[in-house]
Design a protein around this ligand. Structure first.
Ligand code: DP6
Length: 362
């Protein structure tokens, strides 16, 4: 869709060296993307809240290759100021796969400096923030060199499309507050190829919403998201699951429009449990929840029953629990975390996060 052989630099008029930096956040899915086909296309639409404090800063430096292009990506890569071979190889392969879309990349020497606002080992997925930051840098670079992405909507759509090719869930991080990725008659302009913003279609309270991430384990996952998605292909419940996600998206959007927190919470928790149930009934079966994950879920349910506070959980493909609640009860909930949940977290680690304004160019 974005292949463009005309994006080639004129060697008689080479650009000055320069750099571009973006800060991009993670996001938490409320309706989960789980199962894909083709080139990173989702089997069902998903909806997420865009976070604020869990983010990646990426600086892309570029200089014209005076010696001429050798058809290859010329990349130096630093993670928290250190060379990192694994990330370098992954990024190099990703940029090579993007050459039909950004052919000028092979005419440049590139240096990427990247780092996360959260500890790398914390078990917080960094692919959404990392891939969205990189996609934004690439689109800004295209615009700086060719002036082709002046329209803000066109820029965001392309950045979301490129982010999706890097990691599906990353395409939702481009937008402030909330985003939907995947074609659905419920959201005008929605697409399987990129996400669209829905922050202006939901109740104001979701702009002041918290997501405190309770880190149960920092160990590497036993089954990656990539492998987990692939296992959906043989899952006997797959088709029923995709239909359920579509139905839940409609119900969740209604609840978010009206600010019906009880319905919101019920759907969000059902989605988290469904995601993990799908893992348990994959072949081979696996579990990513740990004993303390379940202990935390029980504590949250008990606290809600006792206080009637609208505090809900979700989980991504890992053992950690995301605690979701509106801003007006932040003091009560932080005390609950301190008193009852911290002791169930590895090293007592909790990453405080909240709904944010989306990426920013630095
Ligand atoms: C459970 O986006 O990490 O967090 O497309 O293979 O990179 P790839 O997968 P990824 O999957 C995320 C799965 C999820 C749900 C979600 O974010 O919607």
């Amino acid at each position: 869709m974005y292949e463009n052989p005309r994006l080639i630099l004129d060697s008689s008029n080479p650009p000055e060296p320069g750099s571009i930096t973006w800060r991009s956040p993670s996001n938490i899915a409320l309706i989960k993307y789980w199962g894909k086909y083709g080139q990173q296309l989702p089997q069902n639409p998903s909806l997420s809240l865009t976070l604020a404090s869990s983010c990646t800063d990426t600086m892309l430096e570029y200089a014209f290759k005076e010696e001429g292009d050798n058809g290859k990506i010329d990349l130096e890569f630093f993670f928290h100021a250190e060379p990192n071979e694994a990330f370098q190889a992954k990024t190099q392969a990703f940029l090579e796969s993007l050459l039909p879309l950004f052919p000028f990349l092979k005419q440049l020497k590139l240096t990427i400096q990247t780092g996360n606002s959260f500890p790398h080992s914390a078990g917080i997925a960094s692919s959404a923030s990392g891939m969205s930051a990189l996609a934004l840098c690439l689109c800004s670079l295209e615009d700086a060199l060719f002036g082709t992405l002046q329209d803000a909507g066109a820029f965001d759509r392309k950045a979301s499309y490129i982010a999706r090719l890097g990691s599906g869930s990353a395409c939702r991080s481009i937008f402030s507050h909330a985003a939907v990725w995947g074609e659905t008659p419920l959201v005008a302009g929605s697409s399987n190829e990129f996400a669209v913003p829905v922050g202006d279609q939901v109740h104001e309270m979701f702009k002041d919403f918290h997501d405190d991430i309770l880190i149960v384990s920092q160990d590497e996952k036993t089954v990656s998201s990539r492998d987990g998605h692939a296992l959906m292909d043989g899952n006997p419940y797959a088709e029923a699951r995709y239909a359920q996600a579509r139905q839940r998206l409609g119900a969740l959007l209604d609840a978010m429009r009206t600010g019906d927190l009880a319905t919101f919470g019920k759907i969000v928790e059902d989605e988290a449990m469904t995601l993990h149930a799908l893992m348990m009934c994959s072949n081979p079966s696996y579990t990513l929840m740990r004993p303390n994950t379940l202990a935390i879920l029980e504590k949250i349910r008990a606290y809600r029953a006792e206080t009637s506070h609208p505090v809900y959980f979700t989980m991504d493909a890992g053992p950690n629990v995301h605690l979701l609640y509106p801003g007006d009860i932040v003091h009560e909930v932080r005390a609950f975390i301190e008193d009852e949940l911290k002791e169930l977290c590895e090293d007592g680690y909790v990453q405080q996060d909240w709904v944010g304004e989306g990426p920013e160019e630095l």
